[in-house]
Ligand binder design. Structure first.
Ligand code: UD1
Length: 368
């Protein structure tokens, strides 16, 4: 009998993550029966549909159309819609990814219905509970019975919270997605040409975390820092997330910073690969830049991806104008350490996850 797996996704990084598993599904035909549920957290074409089309994702089997809202309202609306849907679908497991409101809602709806929860990208911690993502990932880990960790640090974080069962150290699904995306991008010249950019001559910037966008002082420091980088000689190209666009006082936009609409994942990877440096508050980009061999400056006070900092390819600059400029200068001065393989780089993480998932569910089934 095949195992019915309901995957709940809603935001950009989850589309990338589930894409890696979806491309492995055909190898498991007859053993698994996947169902894709899109909460609708991200809904603009360039935040959602474009990712499905370009990543070759199957169309969602169910779309909830929740849209935007306050943290609690958005999560609550997802719960209200997921509860009856999961009762109707009766999946053997609900799989969720990362740390968004869709992750928490998927896990909570399943846990309340006594459906096992599997969590991909488990065990990450920023130890900053003011971040909605930290709340989401902590709670999800405590509801999950199958946990896929990208690194030994993640396993240790879970152990320190008393979670020791059902853990699999598989590595991170995003390395595989990056390989897939790079194959789509080719040499990336079309992307760079379309923005009139020359490899190595620009910085790519992204800012969307609520801790940065919703605090005017932090956002102002970041934009001034980006302008300083621009004035220092590196053109800054800045695809602006809709949340950031709403908050950004246009008056802050300083010369040398080129604001553009959000770009698709292939374009983002082409831009990141050929950038002199990436300045970001994204979690995904901290890993992707590492794998691409592009130095990264993280505009946050802490990171969950501590290994990239320890490896010498990522620097925390907080939301401090001067620190952003200094970190950028340091990271672009050259002499970066030899890269080591991180987060399961080079292995088939998607297969490791699906194999472990099937094995655990069969064991649970026998035990019940
Ligand atoms: C969410 C995740 C974050 C992830 C990010 C990736 C949570 C708590 N955060 O943040 O971890 O890194 O996605 O992008 O789940 N908006 C649009 N169009 C859209 C989507 C959003 O205009 O298609 C605007 C809305 O005004 C919305 C705001 O962006 O209120 C924020 O969107 P939301 O989904 O709440 O959080 P993100 O900042 O995208």
């Amino acid at each position: 009998m095949s195992i019915r797996i309901a995957a709940v996704v809603g935001a950009r990084p989850e589309f990338v993550q589930v894409g890696t598993l979806a491309r492995a599904f055909p190898a498991y035909t007859g053993r698994i029966d996947p169902i894709l549920i899109h909460t609708g957290q991200h809904y603009d074409a360039n935040m959602s549909q474009d990712f499905f089309d370009r990543l070759g994702l199957p169309r969602p089997d169910h779309t909830l159309g929740v849209g935007s809202g306050g943290q609690g309202v958005q999560t609550g609306q997802m719960l209200a819609l997921l509860d009856p849907l999961l009762q109707e679908l009766e999946p053997d497991v609900v799989i969720v990814f990362g740390d968004t409101n869709s992750t928490l809602a998927g896990a909570l709806a399943a846990a309340k219905l006594h459906i096992p929860v599997a969590h991909v990208e488990s065990g990450l911690r920023s130890f900053n509970l003011r971040m909605p993502e930290e709340v989401n990932r902590r709670l999800t880990d405590h509801m999950a019975s199958i946990l896929f960790c990208p690194s030994p640090n993640a396993v240790a974080n879970l152990a320190s919270e008393g979670i020791t069962d059902g853990i699999h150290l598989t590595g991170d699904v995003m390395f595989e997605s990056l390989q897939h995306t790079l194959a789509l991008v080719g040499d990336g010249r079309t992307v760079l040409d379309s923005f009139g950019l020359v490899p190595g001559s620009y910085a790519l910037a992204t800012v969307h975390r609520s801790e940065n966008t919703d605090d005017p002082e932090r956002l102002s420091q970041i934009v001034l820092g980006l302008a300083d980088v621009g004035a220092d000689g590196l053109e800054v190209i800045f695809p602006v997330h809709p949340r950031t666009r709403q908050r950004l006082d246009r008056g802050l936009a300083a010369s040398g910073v080129r604001m553009i609409d959000p770009v698709g994942h292939p374009e983002a990877m082409a831009l990141a690969r050929d950038a002199a440096v990436v300045l970001t508050d994204s979690g995904g980009l901290q890993k992707e830049t590492y794998w691409l061999g592009t130095p990264c400056v993280t505009m946050r006070d802490e990171t969950e991806w501590v290994e990239t900092v320890e490896a010498g390819w990522n620097r925390l600059a907080g939301a401090d104008r001067n620190a952003i400029l200094q970190a950028t200068r340091f990271m672009t001065a050259g002499n970066l350490p030899e890269r080591v393989a991180l987060y399961g780089e080079g292995t088939k993480v998607s297969h490791a996850i699906l194999d472990a998932l099937i094995e655990d569910l069969e064991r649970m089934e026998k035990a019940s």
